[in-house]
Design a protein around this ligand. Structure first.
Ligand code: PGA
Length: 248
């Protein structure tokens, strides 16, 4: 069985104390249930400023085995230089980061990030040896208009850099209307879109994201071509996050 990737996107939440408590609770939960390391890979994506401290709390065994990975929520499209406020992929790798979320809809919409920019960022991530978790997904209007497959296909084709493969790239399908809203896509919506993405990208992992919780994860994980979840709100509670993993 291919392990499911359980990715927590903590977004801009909490302080250092809550980040470390959450990390310790999650690591303790994973260590307490050896079955989990056999069924899941874990990825925790705290805010930039907490990365180093969270890493120090992941536990040497988990870091070495790669079963619990550290991720960032964005990186620069540039190598280095006069780019005030940005963080390069090389800097992230230097802090022990293994993956980076790119093109989240909150950045595509709130920071006007285009797929071309996401592609440039993913190129930097790959050069630094990071896994790029590239987010795609349609808005509610686009789904109502029936253009969701076309939108997702266009985003994928324009966001993936040359050399993207199953080792260095993960796709997260996150319908924008399902993020943080409590609305989840129907099993048929998820099945048909993940099948479509699989046909577009081949064997890269495809995560589903958008209001994933412990009580809807089992249905999602039993859906064909769902290789894991990108979890926002529910990843901030260790019992929810671990509950999602346990439903694999
Ligand atoms: P949500 O967020 O789980 O809170 O809907 C998902 C995401 O934005 O990645």
């Amino acid at each position: 069985m291919v392990k499911k990737l359980i990715a927590g996107n903590w977004k801009m939440n909490g302080d250092l104390g809550t980040a470390l408590t959450l990390t310790r609770e999650i690591v303790a939960g994973i260590d307490a249930d050896p079955r989990l390391a056999g069924t899941c890979d874990f990825l925790l994506c705290p805010p930039f400023v907490h990365l180093a401290r969270v890493r120090a709390n992941l536990g040497q065994k988990n870091i070495e085995s790669g079963s619990v990975m550290l991720g960032a929520q964005d990186c620069s499209e540039k190598d280095n230089g006069a780019v005030t406020g940005d963080i390069s992929a090389v800097m992230l790798a230097d802090c022990g980061v293994q993956a980076v979320i790119l093109g989240h809809s909150e950045r595509r919409q709130g920071h006007q990030e285009t797929s071309e920019l996401v592609k440039a960022k993913a190129t930097q991530a790959h050069k630094a040896g990071l896994i790029a978790v590239i987010c795609v997904g349609e808005t509610e209007t686009e789904r109502e208009q029936g253009t969701h497959f076309k939108i997702v296909e266009t985003q994928i084709k324009a966001s993936l850099p040359d050399g993207a493969n199953a080792e260095n790239t993960v796709i997260a399908y996150e319908p924008v209307w399902a993020i943080g809203t409590g609305k989840t896509a129907t099993p048929e919506d998820v099945r048909s879109m993940h099948k479509f993405i699989r046909e577009t990208i081949g064997n890269m992992r495809i995560l589903y994201g958008g209001s994933v919780k412990a009580d809807n994860a089992a249905d999602l994980f039993s859906t064909e071509n769902v290789d894991g979840a990108l979890i926002g709100g529910a990843s901030l509670k260790s019992d929810q996050y671990l509950g999602i993993a346990k439903s694999v």
